[in-house]
Design a protein around this ligand. Structure first.
Ligand code: GLP
Length: 261
């Protein structure tokens, strides 16, 4: 795991999109794991701008989304399918048949999740998985006590998560109580992971996720097992990290990062 500290959220999203573009140039048929949420808004903005600037095409790119609310269809403005359409898909030349999303209204949710797992394997696995982090430390919707080996499945959402996402709905009651999510084990099989966090409200959970003990109570701690996970944070989200100066030194000196500094 590496932690990259950037001065502000603009720099965080710019770095993340530059890394994705770099991987896309190397592999035009990149399999990109997409996340949603406020942090990702700017990433997609920046990615689209950068791709335009460099005349890059998404026509061979395939995407897999991390999670979806149970009960919301793709037309619901708060569904993640709708979010992806608005923020990324409709603004690039990505082909609809290359965008994979969990269907939270499927009649057989277990079947839906199992098929999703098979599809990920059929596509050769996820090359780059984008992640945000919930305030409780979940990745995707892997709520406390999610097995660190879990696969894509249905999960009940905690009150903390529902409250955190309430702003997008009219009332707390309108926030779905269940979701489909890639499992922790599914996420850990991605070849590269980029977790992004910005703002003071993420500082405590970032320090627990990266520097704390590994626990099923905080699914983001499982990322410590991953061999190519980068956590990109702004100064605010980095403010409670113990080894900040070491992380800065690594980013400033490792040859791998030269073209991104
Ligand atoms: C939701 C999503 C997560 C995301 C989190 C953080 O709970 N299921 O995948 O990481 O929101 O969102 P934000 O970036 O808005 O803080």
């Amino acid at each position: 795991m590496e932690i990259i500290i950037q001065p502000n959220k603009e720099a965080v999203t710019s770095l993340a999109s530059r890394i994705i573009v770099d991987r896309l140039i190397t592999k035009p048929n990149l399999v990109l794991g997409c996340a949603t949420g406020r942090t990702m808004n700017m990433v997609y903005e920046s990615l689209i701008a950068l791709a335009k600037e460099q005349a890059l095409s998404f026509s061979e790119v395939c995407t897999f989304n991390l999670d979806e609310y149970v009960g919301l269809d793709a037309k619901h403005p708060q569904s993640y399918a709708f979010y992806m359409q608005e923020k990324l898909f409709s603004r690039t030349d990505i082909l609809a048949e290359h965008t994979q999303l969990l269907n939270g209204t499927a009649s057989n949710l277990k079947g839906e999740c199992d098929t999703y797992e098979t599809k990920i394997t059929d596509y050769g696995g996820i090359d780059v998985q984008l992640l945000g982090i919930g305030q409780s430390g979940h990745i995707g919707f892997n709520e406390p006590l999610s097995s660190l080996g879990s696969r894509t499945r249905e999960k009940a959402l905690t009150e903390t998560t529902r409250l955190q996402n309430q702003a997008f709905f009219e009332t707390l009651d309108a926030v779905p109580k269940r979701a489909l999510t890639m499992g922790v084990g599914t996420i850990l099989e991605s070849k590269e992971i980029l977790l992004l966090a910005t703002g003071k409200h993420k500082a405590e959970i970032i320090s627990k996720a990266a520097e704390g003990p590994i626990t099923g109570m905080i699914s983001a701690t499982s990322l410590q097992f991953h061999r190519s996970c980068k956590i990109i944070v702004d100064e605010d989200a980095a403010s409670e990290l113990r080894e900040k100066e070491y992380y800065r030194w690594v980013f400033d000196n490792e040859p791998e990062w030269e073209k991104f500094r």
